[in-house]
Design a binder for this molecule. Structure first.
Ligand code: ASP
Ligand code: MG
Length: 488
C-alpha cells in the first residue's frame, strides 16, 4: 500500500490537478492499494487556507470609517468569499464536464462556502472567533480540494471517493495544533478506509484536519497535511508514504539563502526531524514520528518534475557525501536570553526555576546552553516572546536579583540559530572544527553553541546580520570543492 500526499501547489489549479491525476493513475499501476491525501489549493499568491483565515479575521476587527483607504470588514469578507469561489469554480469548470461531475461539485463548493460565510458573520456579530471556530474554518479548503480531486479522478475513470478526515483522525481538543489519539484513529481508519480499498475505490482524504471524540473539527497545525499522510500510513501499515511537493526533495539549504543547493538523495528520520525542527520548510515536523515508529520509508518528490528521484527518508542512511554533513538551516528572529550570576554556583534548582518560569509564558525554547561553571544559563526563544519571558524571569528571581546572587537577566536581540545536520557529526571528529573554521574565516562570531542532545546536529547562535554569511559558509563545506552529491 502506498499513501501519497499532494501539497497545495500540486493541486493549485486545474493544470496541476491534471498532472497530479496522472501521477495517481501511474501509482495505481504499481501498487495494490493507493490512498491519497490532499492539501487545500495553494497556488501563489493566493493560498486557500490563508484566504479562509483572512476572511475570518474580520470578525474581531474594529473598523474606523475615518481610516480612509480601508474597506469595511464585511465587504472584505465578501471579497474573500468571492475569491474563494472564483478559484474553486475556475478549477471545476476547467476540469469537470458540464454534463457530468461539474454541477454537483459546484453545489458542494457553494454549500461549504456558505457555511464559511455564516461562521465568519457570526464571529463578526460576537466580535471574536474562538480557536474552535477557526479550526472549522481553516479546514474547509481541504474539504473542497478532496471533493474536486475525487470528482476529476472519477471522470478520468478512477473509482475514487472524497473522505473527510474528521471521520478518520480522532484528536484531542487542542485547537490549532491537535494531537491524534492513536487507538481511536486506528479503529476509525480501519472501519472507513479498508472497505473502500476492498471495493477498489481510492480514498481521497482531506489533509490537515481531524475531529475530537465528540466530532468537533480540529486541525493538526499549519502545514499539517504531511502529518495526516503519516498518520494514515501508520494506521494502515502502508509500505511507503510519498509527499508530493513543488521542489525536488529535501535541499542542502534554503534556496532563498544560497544559490547552489542540491537535493539530498537520502536522509535518516533523525536528520530530517532536525531539519524540520530547525526551519527547513519541507515537512511538518510531526510527520517523522509515525513513519519512524511504523518503519515506513518516506519519499519527498516533485509533482512538477516527477522523473527526479527526490529524497528518500529511511531509518539509517549511509553518510552519502564526502564530508558527512548533509544540510544547513537557519531560524531567524530570535533572542538569546541569559540568566547569570555568581550566586548560581552550586545552587540546585536554578535551571528548573528558570525554565519553569519560561514555560508559564508558553514560549518555546529552541536551544539551551549552560557551562559547567554553572554561573550562567542561556537559551534562545522567538524574539516576539522575549519581553514576556524576561518579565517572568525577573519575577521568579526577584529575591536573587535583590541579594545580588544574580547579576542580571539579559536578552541579546536579533540572533539566529544556524544548524548543520548530518550523521557524520557523530562519526567524524574533525567536522565540528571544520564548521567553526568556515565561520571564523568569514568573520562570523559564534554567540552560543549546542550539540549533544542529538548526535546528528550542531547548532550555532549567530548575530542576525551574519545569518546569510554563516549559512553560505557552511553550505560551501557541504557542496563546494567537489563535495556534494553532484560530484558523486
Ligand atoms: N492547507 C493547510 C495549510 O496551509 C495544510 C497544508 O497545506 O499542509 O497549512
Ligand atoms: Mg507543506
Amino acid at each position: 500500500m502506498l499513501v501519497m500526499k499532494f501539497g497545495g501547489t500540486s493541486v493549485g489549479d486545474a493544470a496541476a490537478i491534471r498532472a497530479t491525476a496522472v501521477l495517481i493513475q501511474q501509482a495505481r499501476q504499481g501498487w495494490q492499494d493507493v490512498v491519497v491525501v490532499v492539501s487545500a489549493m495553494g497556488s501563489q499568491p493566493l493560498k486557500v487556507t490563508d484566504l479562509l483565515l483572512q476572511g475570518a479575521e474580520v470578525a474581531a476587527e474594529t473598523w474606523r470609517p475615518e481610516a480612509a483607504n480601508q474597506q469595511p470588514p464585511i465587504s472584505r469578507l465578501d471579497h474573500s468569499v468571492s475569491q474563494l469561489r472564483a478559484i474553486h469554480a475556475a478549477a471545476a469548470h476547467s476540469l469537470l464536464d458540464a454534463a457530468g461531475e461539474r454541477p454537483a461539485l459546484l453545489a458542494e463548493i457553494d454549500a461549504i462556502l456558505g457555511r464559511y460565510e455564516g461562521l465568519c458573520r457570526a464571529g463578526r456579530v460576537l466580535g471574536e472567533l474562538t480557536p474552535r471556530a477557526l479550526d472549522a474554518i481553516a479546514g474547509m479548503g481541504e474539504q473542497i480540494s478532496a471533493r474536486l480531486v475525487a470528482a476529476y479522478l472519477r471522470q478520468v475513470g478512477v473509482p475514487a471517493q472524497a473522505v473527510d478526515a474528521t471521520e478518520l483522525i480522532v484528536t484531542d481538543d487542542r485547537f490549532g495544533a491537535a494531537t491524534p489519539l492513536w487507538p481511536e484513529t486506528e479503529a476509525r481508519v480501519a472501519e472507513r478506509i479498508r472497505p473502500l480499498l476492498a471495493a477498489g475505490i481510492m480514498p481521497i482524504v482531506t489533509g490537515f484536519i481531524g475531529a475530537t471524540q465528540t466530532g468537533v473539527p480540529t486541525t493538526l497545525g499549519r502545514g499539517g497535511s504531511d502529518f495526516s499522510a503519516a498518520i494514515l500510513g501508520r494506521t494502515l501499515q502502508a509500505d511507503e508514504v510519498w509527499i508530493w511537493t513543488d521542489v525536488d526533495g529535501v535541499k542542502t539549504a534554503d534556496p532563498r539563502l544560497v544559490a547552489d543547493t542540491q537535493t539530498i538523495p537520502q536522509l535518516t528520520y533523525r536528520e530530517v526531524a532536525e531539519l524540520a525542527y530547525y526551519g527547513a520548510k519541507v515537512l511538518h515536523p510531526q510527520t517523522i514520528r509515525p513513519c519512524l515508529e511504523g518503519g515506513i520509508p518516506l519519499r519527498v518528490k516533485n509533482t512538477f518534475n516527477p522523473e527526479h528521484p527526490g529524497t528518500l527518508i529511511v531509518p539509517d542512511a549511509a553518510t552519502s557525501n564526502g564530508v558527512g554533513l548533509k544540510a544547513v538551516t537557519a531560524v531567524k528572529d530570535l533572542s538569546l536570553i541569559t540568566v547569570a550570576g555568581k550566586g548560581m554556583l552550586g545552587v540546585p534548582g536554578m535551571a528548573m526555576r528558570a525554565f519553569g518560569a519560561v514555560a508559564q509564558t508558553q514560549a518555546h525554547v529552541l536551544l539551551i546552553s549552560q557551562a559547567s561553571s554553572e554561573q550562567s544559563i542561556c537559551f534562545a526563544t522567538q524574539a516576539k516572546v522575549a519581553q514576556p519571558v524576561l518579565d517572568r524571569l525577573a519575577h521568579e528571581f526577584a529575591p536573587e536579583l535583590q541579594r545580588r546572587d544574580l547579576d542580571g537577566i539579559t536578552a541579546q536581540q536579533d540572533v539566529a540559530i544556524v544548524t548543520v545536520v548530518g550523521k557524520g557529526l557523530q562519526r567524524q571528529p574533525t567536522l565540528a572544527g571544520q564548521v567553526l573554521t568556515a565561520l571564523g574565516q568569514r568573520q562570523v562570531n559564534v554567540v552560543a553553541m549546542a550539540q549533544g542532545a542529538t548526535d546528528c546536529s550542531l547548532s550555532l547562535v549567530v548575530q542576525g546580520g551574519d545569518t546569510e554569511t554563516a549559512v553560505a559558509g557552511i553550505h560551501h563545506l557541504l557542496v563546494g570543492n567537489g563535495n556534494g552529491y553532484a560530484a558523486l
